[in-house]
Design a binder for this molecule. Structure first.
Ligand code: ATP
Ligand code: MG
Length: 585
């Protein structure tokens, strides 16, 4: 293929779009790959579509090679299957729900477990039909709370979703591994740098699950590496502290601590007050902070959750959201406090939560708060704290909740060992062992070898195809523009005609034909009346990895080859150009 800049539907922009928070978003818009059409919805321009199609094709090829078969569902689906699995409700506000002219409920599918399950149930009935893996590459809809960063979090986006069907758990493990292997091949071909981390299956309600995260500061996920592995911060498990004997611990005492509604003020006060001072300084870690949250369950009932964590930690909202899912959690507001006059903001202690009276606010504590640990905490009166309040003696919470922020050095059970690294990443893929949840709910059974009906076990596997385009752009760019890996570049060669001489244009066309003959596609910058400087800037912005400049040195039989990926610049004999370009590819 040959494309001409003089004809291509494209306008490059000098300025970053005002709403672009991340490099991939701003570069894809500036280089003329995308236009925003709606909140979380983007129009693909010709260059963008070429990249999207290449990415899609790589995904498709690897799925096919692994023996998975492609099908295609509608995105507009009836309510009933999603009602059967409770996801019509459980999916919450992220589900686009609508009605047809007869008033029947429909949805725009956010993911397709139900439909695949029903399709297999429709056609298959014997163990002999299994294992089976099906996939589609299709548009999904999610009314995301915060559509952001262009393609990274859209409300309409393309996902490759696969589903595996097996007779038993061993089969599922094999299918899962096949998908895992195929995903690794996909991301290698897309030149996406990634880590595989254990994940919580959350919304999907399954067990084993891993995410493919592309390390990037623009990522919304945080993952943790320990000596023993890597996990999404939502899925890690902190090692609980060792409980301590409670005998011989001094009795708890209430002290006046005026104006100490924050942990910082409290610690300062304790270290300055003569009667509270001790030889080693008090620190925030000596205090027990009780944080209140409002929970809304799926049927709309609200409740209050109190979380006790050491005062030097914060509640990590992402971890908390994952821990209480499908309940929705929000921090307590002043309005909430007004409804609970016994809760004195800034001075809340276990007592006020009804630990003794059982008036019942659910009280869960961090795994570092264990029997025998002794704390400074609120005394439920303004300007008063209690010192030496011992868990297991003076208060007993309802259970543990592991939602504090994670730090280097923290000891984990999952993944095992000390945290050695915390980093941000973008989830490009996700693989789950779903188990029998969907098959059970929709009654997908097959006859086993003994003629008994057994429930099929399933896996579900997603790749964010449009998100992957943004991830590639995020990982491969510099201050001047994009730098596409050769596997996904919109064209193989960007041929810049650098001069007005008619001979250059003729030679450029000949070169393009020669490159085409080797199945290398070419974007020719044949614009007249555009300066060489502007052409070079555009070439760098557009980011085709091989730029060939035909200009001044043409008279000596030379063209310049610039490798956008490595930065190398070479003068090459015209007669050797095709070989040189092929060697780069
Ligand atoms: P996230 O945690 O980022 O919201 P998810 O866990 O809800 O994603 P899955 O249901 O696992 O996503 O979907 C499979 C894949 O689809 C994800 O790994 C991601 O690459 C992609 N994806 C999910 N939501 C979006 C979105 N709003 N925009 C673009 N791609 C998305
Ligand atoms: Mg996911």
């Amino acid at each position: 293929m040959q494309y001409r800049m003089s004809e291509l539907f494209l306008r490059t922009l000098r300025e970053n779009p005002a709403d672009a928070e991340v490099a991939s978003h701003s570069l894809l818009i500036r280089a003329g790959y995308l236009r925003r059409a709606a909140s979380g919805g983007y129009t693909w321009l010709p260059l963008g579509l070429m990249v999207l199609q290449k990415v899609t094709e790589i995904v498709r090829e690897e799925m096919n090679k692994a023996g998975f078969q492609e099908v295609h569902f509608p995105a507009l689906l009836p309510r009933e299957p999603y009602e059967a699995t409770n996801r019509w409700t459980e999916y919450g506000p992220a589900l686009f729900r609508l009605q047809d002219r007869r008033g029947a409920d429909y949805l725009l599918a956010p993911t397709h477990e139900e439909m695949f399950t029903l399709l297999v149930k429709d056609l298959y009935s014997s163990y002999k039909d299994l294992p089976l893996s099906l996939y589609q590459i299709q548009t999904k809809y999610r009314d995301e709370a915060r559509p952001r960063a262009g393609l990274l979090r859209g409300r309409e986006f393309i996902m490759k979703d696969s589903y595996s069907f097996d007779l038993d758990d061993e089969g599922l493990v094999v299918s899962y591994q096949k998908h895992r292997d195929a995903y690794q091949k996909v991301f290698e071909r897309l030149v996406i740098d990634y880590v595989i981390v254990s994940a919580q299956s959350g919304a999907m309600g399954g067990s084993a699950s891993e995410e493919f995260l592309a390390p990037a500061d623009a990522g919304e996920d945080t993952y943790v590496e320990t000596e023993g592995g890597a996990a999404n911060v939502e899925a890690i498990q902190i090692k609980p502290a060792q409980s301590i004997s409670i005998t011989d611990l001094p009795a708890a005492q209430v002290h006046d601590t005026p104006d100490t509604a924050t942990i910082e003020a409290l610690v300062n006060f304790c270290n300055q007050n003569e009667s509270l001072k001790r030889s080693n300084q008090w620190t925030a870690a000596d205090t027990l902070k009780n944080v209140l949250m409002r929970l809304v369950s799926q049927d709309g009932t609200t409740s209050v959750l109190a979380i006790g964590i050491p005062g030097d930690r914060e509640v990590d909202m992402r971890r908390l959201e994952a821990a209480v899912y499908p309940e929705i959690v929000t921090p307590f507001t002043d309005e909430d406090f007004a409804k609970y006059p016994t809760l004195v903001k800034g001075y809340i202690g276990p007592d006020a939560l009804g630990i003794k009276s059982k008036s019942k606010i659910e009280y869960l504590v961090d795994p570092r708060v264990v029997s025998g640990t002794s704390w400074i905490t609120g005394a439920n009166r303004t300007g008063k704290h209690v010192f030496g309040l011992v868990m297991g003696r003076d208060f007993n919470p309802d259970g543990q909740i592991d939602v504090a922020d994670v730090r280097i050095g923290d000891e984990c059970v999952v993944p095992a060992g000390k945290v050695i690294r915390l980093a941000r990443g973008i989830e490009v893929g996700h693989i789950f062992q779903l188990g029998r949840k969907y098959a059970q709910a929709l009654d997908l059974k097959v006859l086993n070898e003994n003629g008994e009906q057994v429930v099929v076990t399933m896996g579900s596997y997603g790749i964010g195809v449009t998100r992957a385009v943004a991830v590639i752009a995020e990982q491969h760019h510099d201050e001047r523009g994009l730098r596409w890996p050769r596997t996904v570049t919109p064209a193989d060669v960007h041929l810049v005609i650098a001069g007005k001489d008619e001979a250059l244009a003729i030679a450029a066309n000949q070169l393009a034909d020669q490159l085409n003959a080797q199945r290398l596609s070419v974007l020719i910058d044949d614009r007249v009346g555009v300066s060489v400087g502007v052409k070079f800037n555009d070439a760098e912005l557009i980011g085709i990895p091989t730029v060939v400049v035909i200009g001044k040195k043409y008279a000596e039989g030379l063209v310049e080859v610039r490798d956008r990926f490595t930065g190398a610049v070479d003068d090459v004999l015209l007669s050797e150009l095709v070989a040189k370009v092929k060697q780069l590819h």
